[in-house]
Design a protein around this ligand. Structure first.
Ligand code: SF4
Length: 345
């Protein structure tokens, strides 16, 4: 493999392949790719959000940051004309004071307008919050899918399939070039798709097509599945409203974070940090260690960490910062390019 020596770098390779080459189900859809997000209970490695291009552009008018569920509740029901907020918004199922807080937070971000009439807060939308995405695809990355990795992965995929929060679930593994890829010999659920990724060439092959999951139907949350095969499993139901809300929250976070957010947790301000450009994409690179570091090792506690010398920052410093700040700006700029309409804001 081309310097792919950790799950982290494999994940970056998969994200970059997906951004370049993912084929959405609807012709003409755009994709937004993100990594390491999901729900409180389940975090997916790579997320591909297939988006209506016009909706995606209209989403940009609400800014680059994600809206959480409370703010989305306000945004999606905000009326075109000034209306008392309790008449405009659906019954929240929790105290109205939290709704008022969400209204003020949305107004602070210029997502809705507010005014006071007597002691009543009225709201009005600035723009209609669009239906901007069509599908969510979850990819689990396992570069070395040996038998023990497969054993750990299968229950997670079974949970994903039963819940049906994503439209499709995939496993991505590194292509081995063997006559029969080992992943096909594992006991993956038939509903999950299988991708083999050539990390040297930056290409991928779809070895097994997934089944489209029923995101509009209630899902089943598997709480416990005893390994003995004799005891009863524990389940609970996830209703369609919960699923709709969670899908939107996941898409919103994917929009904000993308997959380049690693720059904010690693140390691009270390003098040894750089970017390594390969056919399969761009990866963080450490000169001191001569490798692509993981997020876990590239931290302030790294024994080889050395801050950028102040002279490197001298030109535009402190406004422009040094090379580390330039790398962060470059990655943020690339993310914006995949969010049409944001650059014009
Ligand atoms: S020396 Fe440590 S902190 Fe600096 S780039 Fe390498 S891994 Fe990151």
């Amino acid at each position: 493999m081309d310097g792919i020596d950790s799950e982290f770098t494999f994940e970056l390779a998969v994200c970059q392949w997906a951004e370049r080459a993912w084929t959405p189900q609807r012709a003409g859809d755009a994709v937004v790719v993100a990594r390491q997000l999901g729900t409180k209970r389940r975090r997916w490695d790579t997320i591909v959000v297939e988006c209506d291009p016009d909706g995606l552009r209209r989403r940009a008018s609400f800014g680059p940051d994600a809206f959480d569920t409370d703010l989305l509740h306000v945004l999606r029901s905000a009326p075109a004309e000034w209306t008392y907020y309790r008449d405009a918004l659906p019954e929240p199922g929790y105290p109205w004071r939290y709704v008022r807080e969400a209204i003020h937070a949305a107004a602070d971000r210029a997502a809705v307008e507010t005014r006071k009439r007597g002691n009543r807060i009225e709201i009005r939308r600035r723009a209609l919050y669009p239906d901007w995405f069509n599908r969510i695809v979850a990819i689990e990355n396992k570069p070395d899918l040996d038998a023990s990795a497969a054993r750990d992965l299968v229950p997670q995929l079974q949970r994903d399939v039963a819940l049906g929060l994503a439209d499709e679930v995939w496993v991505a593994t590194a292509a081995t070039g063997e006559a029969v890829e080992p992943v096909l010999l594992t006991d993956m659920p038939a509903e999950a798709g299988v991708l083999t990724v050539d990390t040297d060439a930056g290409t991928a092959e779809q070895l097994w097509q997934p089944r489209t999951l029923s995101t509009d139907d209630p899902g089943t949350r598997i709480l416990e599945r005893p390994a003995d095969g004799a005891s009863a499993a524990r389940f609970e139901y996830a209703d369609t409203d919960w699923k709709r809300e969670k899908r939107l929250a996941v898409a919103e976070r994917a929009y904000e974070r993308g997959w380049r957010a690693y720059a904010s947790t690693m140390r691009p301000d270390c003098r040894h940090f750089g970017l390594d450009r390969a056919d399969s994409g761009v990866f963080p690179y450490c000169d001191a260690k001569g490798c692509r570091p993981t997020q876990t090792e590239c931290r302030g506690s790294c024994p080889s960490f050395e801050p950028e010398p102040p002279a490197w920052r001298s030109k535009g410093w402190p406004i422009e910062g040094g090379p580390g700040a330039a790398i962060k700006r470059l990655l943020a700029d690339r993310r914006r390019r995949h969010r049409p309409g944001l650059a014009e804001r």
